[in-house]
Design a protein around this ligand. Structure first.
Ligand code: PLP
Length: 418
């Protein structure tokens, strides 16, 4: 749970870096698995060989996946996974004779990575801005953000239905025959400080996509692999996407690794058509990365960590509420499992964000670090203005005492920074 710097200072890791370190920073089983793999085979190019580690990891991922997601493409990180998923979706339509589908629909205040494809679907305005002329065409609809956007006269379910209607209108405006896919984080992460979907939202979204032959790509790079208490966050929404991206917690930071899980019909269309997915990187399915990820996932299963994340996650939510709920600059505390966001506001009643020039999120990080706490703060855009959030994503091995300490130190840091 602890990271030590060159000056000998210790930091309690309350965010897994960026929701990465699911098992903390020195898990002996993962280190042993990596050593064993390096001794056996450090690298094999996938055009020559697969490896036992890659095959076993793919089996492990499919075994835990919602029915239908049966094929795995192993890459080296989150942006690579998103990039591959976007290309798979496009190639699928080329193979099935619908090459006119060229347009993606995604959400505002989302983050899907920093490569050009991922930025094209990402809704993080300032990250996109300098590269906008280079980005593939995409339409952005509203994220599921009840704290700010659910109306007083609608229930959470009605709000979710309204968002699904907005998606359908965007598809119709574009012409359904031109749309490749709707891309969304199942639980929003890096841009708006953990956005949990309202009940029924993703089911309504799935129906809209199906009605128009549009694929559903769920990005679980941050929220997947147990972070929300189930291996895949979409399990809690009762939907199965056509393509699902994962990374971060997959390898728990021990190695750079990511993956796309795909429905069989997508892969079969490529096999029947060009015969292969027209993509590839040198380090696809790297054996040491796969061995590390396999070990991480086996530890999570063996040690019952998903149940722990669900139980202790609910407890963590209560601790955060106790420590921060009454603070005048804490607008909202939201999350699931070991994935929580705290939204900071200048004024609670009006939900007014702080002046962006103040860079409050950066200050919270600084004062928290000074107290020996690592949290992941960020500034997103709220109604065109910067909003400040703190993201908490502790390793699954955190004890209840660790969680209590995190909540207490964060409360101190927020009090000091505001
Ligand atoms: N998708 C989501 C939802 C993410 O949160 C991130 C990273 O924060 C990415 C994609 C990009 O992953 P990476 O930084 O590993 O390229």
């Amino acid at each position: 749970m602890w990271v030590h710097d060159a000056q000998g200072r210790a930091y309690l890791d309350a965010c897994g870096g960026a929701a990465v370190s699911a098992l903390g920073h020195g898990h002996p089983d993962v280190l042993a698995a990596m050593h064993a793999q390096i001794d056996r085979l450090a690298y094999a190019h996938t055009s020559f060989f697969t490896s036992e580690a890659a095959e076993a990891l793919a089996d492990e991922l499919v075994r835990g996946a919602p029915a239908g997601l049966e094929q795995v493409y192993l890459v080296s990180g989150g942006s690579e996974a998103v990039e591959a998923a976007l290309k798979m979706a496009r190639q699928y339509f080329v193979e099935v004779g619908q090459p006119q589908r060229t347009h993606f629909i995604a959400r505002r205040q989302s983050y899907h990575g920093n490569t050009l494809g991922a930025l094209a679907v990402g809704g993080n305005a300032w990250r996109r801005e300098p590269f906008a002329p280079l980005l593939a065409p995409a339409t952005h609809v509203a994220p599921c953000y009840p704290y700010r956007e659910q109306r007083a006269d609608e229930t959470p379910v009605q709000y979710g239905q309204r968002l699904a209607r907005e998606l359908e209108e965007a598809i119709l405006a574009q012409g359904p025959e031109r749309v490749i896919a709707f891309v969304a984080e199942t639980v929003g992460g890096a841009t708006a400080g953990v956005l949990t979907p309202v009940p029924g939202y993703f089911q309504a979204v799935r129906e809209v996509c199906d009605r128009h032959g549009v694929l559903l790509i769920l990005d679980e790079v941050m929220c997947g692999m147990g972070r929300t208490g189930t291996l895949y966050a979409c399990e809690q929404e009762g939907v199965v996407p056509d393509l699902l991206t994962i990374a971060k917690g997959l390898g728990g930071g021990y190695q750079p690794v990511g993956a796309v899980l795909a429905q069989r019909r997508i892969v079969e269309a490529m096999s029947r058509g060009s015969g292969f997915f027209q993509h590839g990187h040198t380090y696809l399915g790297h054996p040491v990365a796969c061995a590390a990820a396999l070990a991480v996932q086996q530890v999570i299963r063996r040690d019952g960590l998903l149940a722990k994340v669900r139980d202790d996650g609910a407890h963590f939510g209560r601790l955060l509420e106790q420590a921060l709920g009454a603070h005048p600059h804490v607008g909202d505390i939201r999350g699931r499992g070991f994935f929580w966001g705290v939204e900071l506001v200048a004024e609670r009643a009006g939900k007014t964000p702080f002046d962006p020039a103040r860079q409050l999120h950066a200050q919270v990080k600084k004062v928290a670090m000074a107290r020996g706490l690592m949290v992941y703060p960020m500034g997103g855009t709220v109604d065109g203005r910067q909003g400040d959030h703190v993201l908490l994503a502790p390793p699954f091995i955190a004890t209840r005492a660790d969680l209590e300490r995190i909540a207490g130190l964060l409360a101190e840091a927020i009090a000091a920074a505001t």
